[in-house]
Design a protein around this ligand. Structure first.
Ligand code: F6R
Length: 619
């Protein structure tokens, strides 16, 4: 949460910092701010509550431009202190010469703040970040680290508890930025005579593709020609250099009105890339460097831990993994997992699913699992991020950058990757014949084409969405793999359209939720295939009748040629037929389109839903 960026080089810093913030705005959009050093000992700051465009408007209409070759910027998701101008970053120390931007939470900030206030320092915001600015200013002005910004930052970091990425600028050293990280991401962009620091590479890939990912408890000092990395907790700095190989166009809207719509249309490619290279003559290949067949054979329990949409991908995969492997699979919300002391051991495989690779709860679940001796496999979309770094092995989803805050293409990629995990586990155990595994992989390989076909069928869903835009609530029902699809459909609608939405297992209806049904209430039902366990199909038809009898408006998602459903559907959405366990890969698509279109009809920002941020780096 929160996006931060810094630049030092020969070009004007402000446009580069603002350009970086534009790409990082998915991380938070409660306020934005910049600080630019004019090179003459002056530090100029501008900040404004609300989206970045508010700040840009102020800068355009302001009396004079912020000129200078070194600058920092921030786009905020508020934690301590409301989303106001005064709480916007950057924050400054008492002298006004040091400016700091921060992503994360300083957990011991209250004590530090009280200490500072007892020495007469007056705070001008409610944030935890301002405490860092004052501590840094003091360390730079007095004591053993006086006049040394990197050393001052190292000392200050030693006093902080919690999660932080910090970037600091000091007017005395106008061609230098000092950045530090613990539990929040930080990458350096190495340019030609210029350097960047940022929360992620999208902030600078228009300028350089050479990047360095910092490790835990590290500090980097950048000048136009150097990037020096040290550790502030006496450990060996283990950072990673890498080349950003994705196309800049991947982080642009490419003609679509919103990122989310573009990302919905990128789903076939996301599945295809996720599968790439994971099947050869020996069968399914996961992370051959770090996970061998012997280890997979001994797994006797699988936990899938994740949050939000990633959690739903785990719920879907459980049906396939248990079916294929006969290994018990638990799917847990990462925020609950470690607090209930689950029983894990060396034969437990924990699959940590995370698009960002930085979700705080999932990261802590990974750490907990490893402390208990379990093996951890990360399923992740972000190269080199913290969750894969701390896991034993990694399966990258390769969906490309996802800028829309609501997860779409990364969800289908996660479901695909989780299926690969299931097949890879089945392989050495012999619970599914090699030939069948090859067939399953073939089915997955056809999915990009099937999802592409599904996308061509979405116009009626758009019309329906306009019709539903005034509804107060929408319910979603499913059975078997359709149940997590219902949960995902409801989550998408909540987060994008701010509409009350709930997903239920259809069998649970009569245990309470049916009381919610009233005349005209839209209920979206995902039908199981009639060929797969006909009993499930029959029960679902009964459920539809029950809700229709009570006045619900039934919106039924069913596979093509399922003639039995039409009489019970006030609105029928037909999808291509696929094997039952893989149905979520197509059935989720109309849910995504429905939520996006209802949000648009209601006039909401589809890419930046209120109160949310894409990476949840605080618990
Ligand atoms: C919803 C959504 C979130 C994320 C969740 C986990 O559309 O995007 O529910 O799925 O915050 O994020 P990652 O996958 O980055 O760990």
């Amino acid at each position: 949460m929160c996006g931060i960026v810094g630049y030092t080089g020969s070009r004007q810093a402000l446009p580069l910092v603002l350009g970086g913030l534009r790409r990082l705005e998915y991380r938070g959009y409660d306020s934005a701010g910049v600080a630019v050093m004019d090179g003459l000992g002056g530090l100029r700051i501008a900040k404004k509550a609300g989206v970045l465009a508010n700040l840009e408007g102020c800068l355009e209409s302001g009396p004079d431009p912020l000129t200078g070759h070194t600058g920092i910027g921030h786009t905020r998701w508020a934690t301590h202190g409301g989303p106001t101008d005064r709480n916007s970053h950057p924050h400054t120390g008492a002298s006004g010469k040091v400016a700091v931007v921060h992503n994360g939470i300083i957990e011991n900030f209250a004590g530090l703040r009280a200490d500072l206030e007892s020495t007469g320092i007056e705070m001008s915001s409610d944030t935890d970040t301002e405490v860092v600015a004052h501590l840094l200013a003091r360390a730079y002005e007095t004591g053993p680290t006086a006049g040394d910004l990197p050393e001052s930052m190292a000392v200050v970091c030693g006093k902080l508890e919690g999660a932080f990425t910090l970037v600091a600028a000091h007017a005395d050293v106008p061609s230098m930025l000092v950045a530090a990280r613990r539990n929040s991401p930080l990458v350096v962009g190495v340019g030609d005579g210029e350097m960047f620091v940022a929360s992620d590479v999208s902030a600078f890939i228009a300028h350089t593709r050479q990047a360095i990912e910092l490790g835990q408890d590290q500090l980097v000092v950048i000048t136009p020609d150097t990037a020096e990395i040290t550790s502030f907790s006496n450990s060996e700095p283990d950072y990673q250099r890498f080349y950003v190989d994705w196309d800049l166009a991947a982080a642009e809207k490419g003609g679509y009105p919103t990122f989310m719509e573009k990302e919905i249309f990128e789903q076939p490619a996301a599945i295809e890339r996720t599968l790439l290279g994971h099947f050869d003559r020996s069968g399914i290949v996961l992370d051959e460097q770090r996970l061998d067949q012997r280890e997979l054979r001994t797994v006797d329990k699988v936990y899938i831990v994740a949050c939000g949409t990633a959690y739903h991908s785990g719920l879907i995969a459980r049906y396939a993994i248990e079916n294929w492997t006969r290994i018990p699979v638990e799917v847990e919300l990462a925020s609950e997992f470690r607090y209930r002391d689950p029983v894990l051991n060396g034969d437990t495989l924990v699959v940590a699913v995370s698009q960002s690779g930085e979700t705080a709860d999932t990261l802590e679940a990974v750490r907990y699992a490893r402390r208990q001796g379990a093996r951890v496999l990360a399923v992740c979309n972000t190269n080199g991020s913290q969750i894969p770094r701390e896991s034993d092995a990694v399966l990258y989803t390769r969906a490309g950058p996802e800028i829309g805050v609501a997860a779409t293409k990364t969800f289908l990629a996660q479901v695909t990757a989780n299926y690969l995990v299931g097949l890879a586990l089945a392989q050495p155990r012999g619970t599914r014949p090699a030939l069948q595994i090859a067939r399953d992989f073939e089915v997955l390989s056809q999915m990009p084409a099937t999802v592409a076909t599904t996308l061509t069928l979405m116009n009626p869903v758009r019309e329906l969405a306009r019709d539903l835009a005034a509804s107060k609530a929408v319910l979603f029902l499913g059975r078997h793999v359709g149940y997590p699809v219902a949960l995902e459909g409801a989550l998408k609608l909540k987060e994008l359209a701010y509409m009350h939405a709930e997903g239920f297992a259809a069998g649970e209806l009569k245990h309470g939720p049916i009381a919610l049904i009233e005349s005209g209430l839209p209920v979206v039902v995902t039908m199981p295939s009639p060929k797969f366990r006909p009993v499930l199909h029959a029960k679902m038809l009964s459920n539809i009748r029950e809700i229709q009898a009570r006045g619900a408006r039934t919106i039924v998602i069913a596979e093509e040629f399922d003639d039995t459903v039409a009489p019970f559907a006030d609105y029928l959405i037909e999808l291509p037929r696929v094997p039952a366990l893989f149905q979520p890969l197509v059935a989720t698509v109309p849910m995504q389109v429905l939520a996006a279109e209802i949000a648009r009809s209601r006039g909401y920002d589809i890419d930046k839903p209120r109160n949310l941020a894409k990476s949840v780096t605080v618990e």
